[in-house]
Design a protein around this ligand. Structure first.
Ligand code: THU
Length: 132
């Protein structure tokens, strides 16, 4: 599974985005150590706070399937029904969820399938919260 293939899976997941309130559609594709890919889209709610980001849908889906170790995640987002924006960066809550299961070198692929950049979790979440 290449970074581009993972980003293509994220773009496919983005098509399922339920985002009638923000009009902002996000897709994510998470590659587990098992080799399986878990996807997610953002799912909004009229009450707003129950909204979940695409990244967390992908992570929780994977953990619910018994996964605990992950290699990479691709994230793509932008206004619904438009081309993705050049860089849709994960929110702070999603970065903290990533840090629960992933080490500093976990790769976060941002952009779209034609043009993307690869960051590490350490790049995006220095000094994340930890009980230790
Ligand atoms: N969103 C994500 O899916 N991932 C992020 O990391 C940031 C924001 C979603 C939540 C909401 O449905 C929409 O984008 C606008 O905030």
């Amino acid at each position: 599974m290449t970074d581009k293939e993972l980003m293509l899976a994220a773009e496919e997941a983005r098509k399922c985005s339920y985002s009638p309130y923000s009009g902002f559609a996000v897709g994510a594709a998470l590659l587990a150590d098992s080799g399986k890919v878990y996807t997610g889209c953002n799912i909004e709610n009229a009450s707003f706070s129950p909204t979940v980001c695409a990244e967390r849908v992908a992570f929780f889906s994977a953990v619910n399937a018994g996964e605990r170790a992950f290699k990479r995640i691709a994230v793509v987002g932008g206004k619904a029904n438009e081309k993705p924006q050049p860089l849709c960066t994960p929110c702070g809550v999603c970065r903290q969820v990533m840090s629960e299961f992933c080490g500093k070198d976990f790769k976060i692929i941002l952009g779209n399938s034609e043009n993307f950049e690869v960051y590490t979790l350490e790049d995006l979440l220095p000094f994340g919260f930890d009980l230790n």
